[in-house]
Design a protein around this ligand. Structure first.
Ligand code: F6P
Length: 347
């Protein structure tokens, strides 16, 4: 078989480990592996490159993706889907492994459904918001980076008696905020799924200061809507005009607004740190390397078995496969019981 592989959407640590695992397993079954450049754009524009043992060597610890990535949506490009099908046939490809999040895999699910396109998926995203898998790879690394930042902010917050607001990524789910906040001992965590009001957040900080703690750490997820007791709420977007081909608005900036609110309302000196793309950069944790490797092997197995329209997934400690349709039907949000763990340490 000639097996294509692409990585789409935001990059994340572990993508190269998946590429390596898919290729190694496919080579040992006697298949050829072709890298598709820059996500779905590579199939729209016909930009591909063969992957051999040399190309996939040294990939385990390497962050980013050697194939490049974009947020190209063939369904939003004139003639995009037709190009994908043409290029796929012209290059003699028999199967495609799509490594991505809800958007990249949403395209895969639709192509499979509408054109019986021979594709299998691998769930990637630092946001951990894909349904049907307990965890996506990349998430553990992002949480480790955010936790380290929170640890570092603790010492400077304490020295200056300040409130430190840390803005983390995660888009419309608060997984990174909750996990890094629990691990780092945050005093308040604000996420889209459990919108604590600004007044409640300030009350938690004041309660803590009344207990004799002169500094606080507040972790806020970029997708948290500032909400107020009046019932008003507002989503802070980096640039309201900038949306990608999947219609997502660029988030970012809520930390700044929140820090000003906290300082004004409590009188405590407040600073903000926006972690941004640092959370997606660099080498994957051991856990992400292992998960990415297991997902890659499963994807190669699904291809060899001709079980298309499926996605590798983690359920408990087992790697299983689920339908792409099921995996992309809805976002996996933070359940109340996880937020309750975080909340037990507020104030
Ligand atoms: O989906 C991953 C993610 O890092 C989100 O957490 C974030 O909102 C978005 O991508 C940022 O996208 P970009 O890399 O296009 O700025």
């Amino acid at each position: 078989m000639r097996i294509g592989i692409l990585t789409g959407g935001g990059d994340c640590p572990g993508l190269n480990a998946v590429i390596r695992a898919v290729a190694r397993q496919s080579f040992s079954s006697g298949h050829e592996v072709i890298g598709v450049r820059d996500g779905w754009r590579g199939l729209v524009d016909g930009v591909i490159e063969p992957l051999g043992p040399r190309e996939i060597s040294g990939l385990l610890p390497r962050g980013g993706t050697i194939l490049g990535t974009t947020r190209t949506n063939p369904y939003r490009v004139e003639g995009g889907v037709e190009h994908v099908l043409e290029v796929f046939a012209r290059e003699g490809l028999d199967a495609l492994v799509a490594v991505g999040g809800e958007d990249t895999l949403g395209v895969a699910a639709r192509l499979y459904d509408e054109h019986a396109f021979p594709v299998v998926g691998v769930p990637k995203t630092i946001d951990n918001d894909l349904a049907a898998t307990d965890y996506t790879f990349g998430f553990d690394t992002a949480v480790a980076i955010a936790t380290e930042a929170i640890d570092r902010l603790h010492t400077t917050a304490e020295s200056h008696n300040r409130v430190m607001v840390v803005e983390v990524m995660g888009r419309h789910t608060g997984w990174i905020a909750v996990m890094s906040g629990i691990a780092g001992g945050a005093d308040v965590i604000l996420i889209p799924e459990a919108p604590l009001t600004v007044e409640q957040a300030c009350a938690e900080i004041e309660r803590r200061h009344e207990r004799g703690k002169d500094f606080s750490i507040v972790v806020v997820s970029e997708g948290y809507e500032l909400s107020y007791e009046s019932g008003e709420s507002k989503l802070v977007a980096g640039d309201a005009r900038s949306t990608d081909q999947f219609g997502h608005v660029a988030l970012g900036g809520v930390g700044d607004v929140l820090a000003k609110e906290i300082e004004t309302r409590t009188g405590y000196e407040t600073r903000v740190t926006v972690l941004g793309h640092v959370q997606r950069g660099g080498t994957p944790t051991a856990r992400d390397r292992v998960l990415a490797t297991r997902f890659g092997l499963k994807a190669a197995e699904l291809v060899t078995q001709g079980r298309f329209g499926r996605m590798a997934a983690l359920q408990g400690d087992r790697i299983v496969d689920v339908s792409l349709a099921e995996a992309t039907a809805e976002l996996k949000t933070v359940p109340p019981e996880w937020y309750a763990v975080a909340r037990a340490f507020f104030g």
